[in-house]
Design a protein around this ligand. Structure first.
Ligand code: FE2
Length: 266
């Protein structure tokens, strides 16, 4: 089985690239299951809406994960309890709407998807390592699911690296999100878990992490700027593809995935 994970979709640029290309990309790359972090997919660049989720499901997305911006478009708070395929970080302070883990079945194969958020330089949430420890005590690869995909939404590379090793041998893929910049370290760890520190974004890279570059520079220079908005050029789709081993539940191989826009290698 081959799974595609796509990093944070940013604004209209990222959303339309997915809507226009995902179905054909899934065919070309022989993808069986797709997870997308869409917490920046709204036209404002923060949050997501019911309509965005439904559009993504129509064009081949199986599961949507999120992060610190999950509640920025308020309507999502009531939608998330009705939509099994939309996750928020599991370690948000409870009570919170929605859930951070679910098991999905496709072609008789059970795929667990776990959404976690880091503690360093992020909104306050429960200790992610304690949450991960408890999770691994309750769920086991090849017992509860055939494959486990972990989206770790975090700011710093060391915390992401540590979570990757913590899950090594117990997850199929651990991939970071949130920084919007893909890292060049896709690999299979010693005990068989595929890992990349950050998947990068699905957005316009002629920008500052997906937002208009002039506004971003002005913001850093503490100059007044007009309302901040996402960059509108052609998006690159960024993420990872993992070839999964049905016998072990672990990864045979992992590849960085880059399609279109400024980062395209094609
Ligand atoms: Fe984020």
């Amino acid at each position: 089985m081959r799974i595609l994970f796509l990093g944070d979709v940013v604004g209209i640029s990222g959303s339309s690239k997915i809507k226009e290309n995902l179905l054909s990309q899934l065919k070309i790359n022989k993808i069986d299951f797709v997870i997308v972090n869409a917490e920046n997919a709204d036209e404002t660049g923060v949050g997501l809406t019911k309509e965005i989720c439904e559009d993504f499901f129509k064009c081949g997305v199986d599961v949507i994960t999120t992060g610190n911006h999950v509640w920025d478009q308020k309507d999502i708070m009531s939608f998330i309890d009705k939509e099994n395929r939309l996750l928020r970080p599991k370690n948000l302070f409870e009570p919170a709407p929605g859930k951070g883990f679910e098991i999905y079945t496709t072609k008789n194969i059970k795929i667990g998807v776990l959404n976690l958020m880091g503690n360093v330089f992020m909104k306050k949430c429960d200790d992610v390592f304690e949450t991960a420890k408890k999770f691994m005590g309750n769920y086991k690869l090849k017992e509860d699911y055939d494959f486990l995909i972990v989206d770790f939404h975090g700011e710093i590379t060391s915390e992401k690296n540590a979570i990757g090793h913590y899950f090594d041998g117990k997850a199929t893929l651990v991939v970071g999100t949130h920084t919007h910049i893909p890292t060049n370290d896709a690999r299979v760890l010693n005990n068989g878990t595929a890992y990349q520190t950050d998947a990068g974004m699905c957005g316009d890279y002629d920008s500052v992490i997906g937002m208009n570059k002039i506004n971003s520079i002005n913001k850093f220079m503490k100059k007044d700027s007009i309302k901040h908005y996402p960059a509108k050029g052609e998006a690159t789709l960024s993420g990872v593809i993992v070839d999964c081993n049905i016998e072990t539940g672990l990864a045979n191989k992992v590849y960085s995935y880059i399609f279109g826009g400024q980062l395209s290698k094609n």
